[in-house]
Design a protein around this ligand. Structure first.
Ligand SMILES: O=C[C@H](O)[C@H](O)COP(=O)(O)O
Ligand SMILES: C=C(OP(=O)(O)O)C(=O)O
Length: 363
């Protein structure tokens, strides 16, 4: 048989092409009903008010580094919901429900990419499980936060999300900055893995303005997206270049950079990643330092991120043994008891700040 000429030049390194469900079909199967729509809008508004300091609470984005077992994540969500209610006067708790993992080299890329945890790459099942869990978490009354990594997946899940992140590895990417400019929720821009904060500041500025780029619409049809720009971009300090950047001096330096760029002086501190040296036992140390800065009156810190799960630490994905229930398969997380303590300490710090300082005019 003769091979058509163009088969020698296209898809030479594509092994297999599998049809992908459309966003519209998934949204039809797992709809965001009126009550959940209202919950997402309330969550986004609440996050926006904390960022603008119209609300003096602290945003706390807390949850597993990645979801690999939706049942364990939902179990965690039940506990978090109860804890969030207890501190709701002082903390706005958003659950980290992360499905897309950007890897430094290679590794498991998250539940959407590989729900079987075995490299089989059943993205259709991954999207369905991810969306089902997002709806379950929303039903419990918790707002949801996640990282947007793939430029196609937001059409499948973004309607459920109150806070989003562009990660350290993609913050310099035009594709992700354009995407952020069109996303409907506030977006945190992380500093680069080498510690560059200026790159994240550039990302906030880039995402603030309208862009035009190729994407897909909700029907899955290729479309030219004309965005309006995202005014709710903000900096996330996650440490980098082998050094943390959560201390008072680093925070002041980052706020100076934001001011110099004409941006609101507000940031979120990620207590994990390079700020913890990826050792979960350091996260409470980071959180205590952040709490002390807040108690001393630092209003530039509007939020904190914690990587937390039911069981402390992490485990390797190992097909030869059963996984420990409720323990991370990516970065090490603090366990539930420590999470509870950290939340109580942060809430106390916010109360101290409230009692000793008055709100500035929102930036
Ligand atoms: O948050 C998770 C990890 O820090 C991120 O995905 C990078 O992980 P890696 O350096 O192990 O690939
Ligand atoms: C990958 C993450 O963080 P970073 O982009 O800061 O490495 C994350 O929060 O899961």
């Amino acid at each position: 048989m003769t091979i058509p000429e163009n088969h020698r030049v296209i898809d030479q390194r594509i092994d297999r092409v599998v049809p992908l469900t459309t966003p519209a079909l998934l949204l039809h199967e797992l709809p965001l009903d009126d009550a959940l729509t209202a919950a997402v809008l309330t969550g986004r508004r609440a996050v926006g008010q904390v960022l603008d300091r119209a609300d003096d609470r602290l945003l706390v984005v807390v949850g597993p580094c990645s979801v690999h077992d939706p049942a364990a994540a939902l179990d965690y969500a039940h506990r978090l919901r109860a804890a969030a209610e207890q501190v709701s006067e002082d903390l706005l708790v958003v659950m980290r429900v992360y499905f897309e993992k950007p890897r430094s080299t290679v590794g498991w890329k998250g539940l959407i990419n590989d729900p079987g945890l075995d490299g089989s790459g059943d993205v259709n099942t991954g999207l369905r499980r991810a969306r089902a869990l997002l709806l379950d978490v929303l039903r419990l009354g918790l707002p949801v936060g996640c990282e947007f990594l793939d430029p196609i997946t937001p059409q499948y899940i973004a309607d459920t999300v109150a806070w989003g992140a562009i990660g350290a590895r993609t913050v310099e990417s035009q594709v992700h900055r354009q995407l952020a400019s069109g996303l409907s929720m506030p977006i945190g821009m992380k500093n680069r893995p080498d510690g560059s904060i200026a790159t994240a500041v550039d990302a906030i500025r880039a995402a603030e303005v309208p862009h035009v780029f190729p994407g897909i619409d909700v029907s899955g049809t290729p479309a030219i997206m004309h965005t309006r720009g995202n005014a709710d971009g903000h900096l996330v300090l996650r440490g980098g270049g082998g050094r943390p950047n959560y201390d008072a001096e680093s925070v002041a330096g980052a706020l100076d950079l934001l001011r110099a760029a004409g941006l609101p002086e507000r940031l979120v501190v990620d207590a994990s990643h390079a700020n913890s040296g990826k050792d979960h036992r350091n996260q409470p140390v980071v959180a205590a330092d952040v709490a002390a800065q807040i108690a001393a009156g630092q209003r530039g810190i509007v939020g904190i991120m914690l990587e937390s799960f039911l069981v402390p630490g992490r485990q390797d994905l190992d097909p030869t043994r059963e996984l420990t229930y409720g323990q991370s398969v990516t970065d090490a997380c603090i366990g539930w008891d420590t999470t509870d303590e950290v939340l109580a300490n942060l809430a106390a710090a916010v109360r101290t700040r409230r009692a000793t300082t008055s709100l500035p005019t929102p930036a």
